[in-house]
Design a protein around this ligand. Structure first.
Ligand code: TXA
Ligand code: MG
Length: 326
C-alpha cells in the first residue's frame, strides 16, 4: 500500500483518516503514526513493527490542551514541565481517561503524551482532530530511524506514506517522565537531559532516574536488548587502552567520540566519530545513523564503541550503546 514519500500534508491526512499508517518526522526520531483514537489503526502499528502488545505507545498531540484532554489530571509539576519543554523531546505519563483506547497503554492506567517539535508534523497535527499514536518507525528491537531513508529500509510495504522532514535534529528518543508519590520518575533517559529537567523542577521534588536493567520493566522502553544492531557491539570505557587482543581490525568497525588519541584507526574496516570535538549534542544526532552504517557494512563483524562521558546527553547515549551491546 506504500505510495511514496514527500511533504504532502493533505495526502498524509487522507491516509490517516482511512486508518492507514504514515511515518512522521519528529525532532527525536521518526515515528510510525496512526489515528491514536482508532483501535484499527493502532493494531496496524503493532503488526507493522512486530511489537508485543504489552509495550504501550506514545500519543503525539498538537498542543498542551489536546494532551490534557486525554488525561483525568495534570499535576502542576508535570504541567510546568510541559509548558517549559513542549513542543520538545519530553514525554509525560498521565492517568488516562476513557477517550484513550486501552490498546495504546497496553491496559495500564497511564498514557504517555508528548507534543513533538517538528514543523511538518505539527502542521499535520493541526489538520487532524485526533492525536497520533506513534512508536519509533523501526521493527521492534532495532535501531530507531533518524531519516526517511531509514524508515523505508525496513518498513516499506507496511505503511502508506512517509512524511519526509529531513534528518532528525535531536536524534535520541524523548525523555519519559511521570510522578509517583511526589517523586519525579525518569523512566527513559532521552533527548532532554536530566540536568535540563532538574533545573525546572522545584527543589522539594526528588528526581528518581530508573536504570534500564530489568527484563520485566514497568516502562518497556527499559527492555535490555532494545536498539540492537544485528552485529556484535562491545562498549568500552577507553578504546585505546583496552582494545581486546582478539580483535581483527580489518573486520572491526569503530564508533568513536572525541579525539582518537593515537589509535591506529586506519587499520579498521570503518571508523566513525560521533563528534571529533567532543560535543554531546552533535554525537546524539549521529548516533543511530552511524550505528546503522556500521551494522550495514559488509566487511564488519564486530563494532567497538567508545563510552561517552556520563553527563548531559552522554547519559542517554551510553544507555542506548549499553543496550545495543546486551
Ligand atoms: O521520541 C520518541 O519518544 C519517539 C518519537 C516517535 O516520538 N517515540 C518512541 O516511541 O520512542 P517508542 O514506542 O519507540 O518508545 C516509547 C516508550 C516505549 O518503550 C513504551 O514502553 C513507553 O514509551 N511508554 C509508552 N506508553 C507508556 C505507558 N502508558 N506507560 C509506561 N510506558 C509507556
Ligand atoms: Mg522505539
Amino acid at each position: 500500500m506504500y505510495t511514496g514519500s514527500g511533504t504532502d500534508l493533505d495526502l498524509a491526512r487522507h491516509f490517516l483518516d482511512l486508518n492507514e499508517l504514515v511515518a512522521i518526522p519528529t525532532e527525536t526520531v521518526y515515528g510510525l503514526a496512526g489515528n491514536g483514537l482508532e483501535p484499527k489503526a493502532i493494531l496496524k502499528i503493532f503488526q507493522a513493527k512486530n511489537r508485543p502488545f504489552f509495550d504501550p505507545l506514545i500519543l503525539h498531540c498538537k498542543s498542551l490542551e489536546q494532551a490534557s484532554s486525554m488525561a483525568t489530571e495534570f499535576p502542576a509539576v508535570l504541567r510546568d514541565l510541559a509548558e517549559k519543554f513542549w513542543p520538545g523531546p519530553l514525554t509525560i505519563l498521565l492517568p488516562k481517561n476513557d477517550r484513550v483506547p486501552d490498546l495504546i497503554t497496553s491496559g495500564q492506567d497511564g498514557v504517555a503524551l508528548r507534543v513533538p517539535a517538528h514543523p511538518l508534523t505539527l502542521a499535520l497535527l493541526q489538520k487532524l482532530d485526533y492525536p497520533l499514536a506513534a512508536p519509533s518507525a523501526n521493527p521492534f528491537g532495532y535501531i530507531s530511524p533518524t531519516t526517511a531513508a531509514h524508515v523505508l529500509q525496513q518498513l516499506t510495504g507496511k505503511l502508506a506514506y512517509v512524511l519526509d522532514g529531513g534528518a532528525c535534529e535531536v536524534g535520541l528518543e524523548s525523555t519519559i517522565v511521570g510522578l509517583e508519590a511526589d517523586q519525579l520518575v525518569v523512566y527513559r533517559k532521552g533527548g532532554l537531559s536530566i540536568e535540563e529537567l532538574k533545573a525546572q523542577v522545584p527543589a522539594s521534588i526528588q528526581i528518581k532516574v530508573i536504570e534500564h536493567s530489568s527484563s520485566r520493566p514497568e516502562s518497556p522502553g527499559q527492555l535490555q536488548s532494545h536498539y540492537a544492531p544485528s552485529k556484535k557491539l562491545i562498549l568500552t570505557e577507553d578504546l585505546k587502552s583496552s582494545l581486546p587482543s582478539s580483535v581483527h581490525p580489518e573486520t572491526t568497525g569503530l564508533l568513536l567520540f572525541g579525539d582518537p588519541l593515537g589509535l591506529h584507526t586506519e587499520h579498521f574496516a570503518l571508523t566513525l566519530n560521533l563528534s571529533p570535538s567532543g560535543d554531546l549534542k552533535e554525537a546524539a544526532t549521529h548516533l543511530f545513523s552511524f550505528m546503522r552504517r556500521l551494522d550495514d557494512h559488509p566487511q564488519i563483524s564486530l563494532i567497538l564503541a567508545q563510552k561517552l562521558p556520563d553527563h548531559g546527553l552522554g547519559l542517554a547515549i551510553n544507555d542506548r550503546l549499553r543496550r545495543a551491546s546486551a
